[in-house]
Design a binder for this molecule. Structure first.
Ligand code: B12
Ligand code: SF4
Ligand code: SF4
Length: 276
């Protein structure tokens, strides 16, 4: 399958599928009915046996629990990462009250993630129709969003998955990490990722950076924005503090939750700081 065909088909789906628009029955305010969640995505590709994936098994990067693409899918040839930027409406709304998540952001976090599940299924079917094997780690029974080897929620390494979407995106050339630990892409940091592992032999893309946090200018705006005081210039982001704040938002907005103040009203919100 040609990359261009794959990407255009997914783009078309994002532009037209009902899941990318908030349904009237679930809108948190009547005027949010029909609100678009994601702009058009960015695509990145890496070879499934890229040596960088093995580096991720090291403590301090991810750890031994990280599963390699070939451990997820033995016949894998390519890892495909896709970034979905939030719309201007969602990003702007989340700047109005910097102490609490906007309804628009809550929709982006929850209904956005649900729609990403639909996109993963759609992309899987598309590749399978051409006879390729596909595995979506986030939907696999082995997937764990937290470190299966650590039980203590107050530890930083508790919050490490056995498949990190940002680390996959980094290998695929989509962007670099940052002080807030979010991944900054050419369309900014405010958005979400999915990834697929497939036997389809797509050509790996370029990785236009050499340092893992190259795009971050360390301006500290994300740290000043954080209502939980979870980000510092010295230590970056403290996951337990961030997670505790997000749990508080869940108490009020169950089943929704979120925050993302470190991803809005910052120079990396919608692009690479300093890039034209
Ligand atoms: C657990 C989790 C959380 C935890 C903590 C996350 C964490 N570790 O950062 C909590 C609950 C606190 C959380 C909060 C949020 N999350 Co969250 N979360 C995840 C989850 C499920 C796993 C994260 C993980 O395993 N990370 C792995 C660890 C090891 O990452 P790390 O510690 O940051 O890694 C560092 C080291 O590797 C280090 N490093 C040292 N040496 C080297 C060398 C090299 C070569 C490299 C590459 C790195 C490196 O650099 C990294 C960054 O500093 C992912 C989904 C997924 N499966 O990936 C989403 C995910 C990270 N979350 C996401 C989002 C959007 C959020 C929130 C904004 C919530 C919201 N929507 O309102 C907040 C804020 C996050 C922030 N400031 O980045 C997005 C990130 C989007 C982006 N642009 O980066 C993800 C990818 C979900 C998605 N599908 O898109 N999250
Ligand atoms: S706000 Fe500034 S310091 Fe924070 S991640 Fe973005 S560029 Fe880096
Ligand atoms: S680090 Fe966590 S608590 Fe702080 S602004 Fe970002 S999402 Fe909110």
């Amino acid at each position: 399958m040609e990359k261009i065909y794959f990407e255009n088909t997914i783009r078309e789906f994002v532009n037209s599928a009902p899941g990318n628009f908030v349904a009237r029955e679930i809108a948190l305010r009547p005027e949010l009915a029909g609100m678009r969640i994601f702009e058009e995505p960015l695509f990145g590709y890496a070879a499934a046996d890229d040596p960088l994936f093995s580096e991720y098994k090291k403590p301090g990067i991810i750890g031994a629990h990280f599963l390699l693409p070939l451990e997820w899918l033995p016949e894998a040839q390519t890892v495909l990462s896709i970034f979905f930027p939030f719309t201007q409406q969602i990003k702007k709304a989340n700047q109005a009250d910097m102490s609490w998540p906007a309804s628009e952001w809550l929709h982006g976090r929850i209904e956005g993630q649900q729609f990403q599940g639909n996109i993963s299924l759609y992309a899987t079917e598309l590749l399978k129709k051409d006879g390729f094997a596909v595995l979506v780690p986030a939907s696999d029974s082995r997937f764990s969003s937290k470190n299966p080897l650590v039980q203590d929620k107050s530890r930083q390494d508790y919050y490490t998955s056995n498949w990190s979407e940002r680390h996959a995106a980094y290998v695929c050339g989509l962007g670099t990490f940052s002080l807030s630990k979010g991944l900054i892409t050419a369309k900014g940091i405010a958005g979400r990722f999915i990834s697929l592992i497939t036997s389809a032999p797509f050509e790996p893309g370029a990785r236009p950076y050499t340092k893992f946090d190259e795009y971050c200018i360390r301006c500290g705006a994300c740290a000043s924005n954080c209502p939980a005081g979870a980000i510092s210039m010295e230590k970056g982001k403290n996951h337990p503090l961030c997670s505790a704040f997000i749990d508080r938002t869940m108490e009020k907005h169950k089943p929704r939750y979120g925050c993302g103040k470190c991803q809005v009203n910052v120079p990396c919100e919608s692009g690479i700081p300093g890039a034209r």
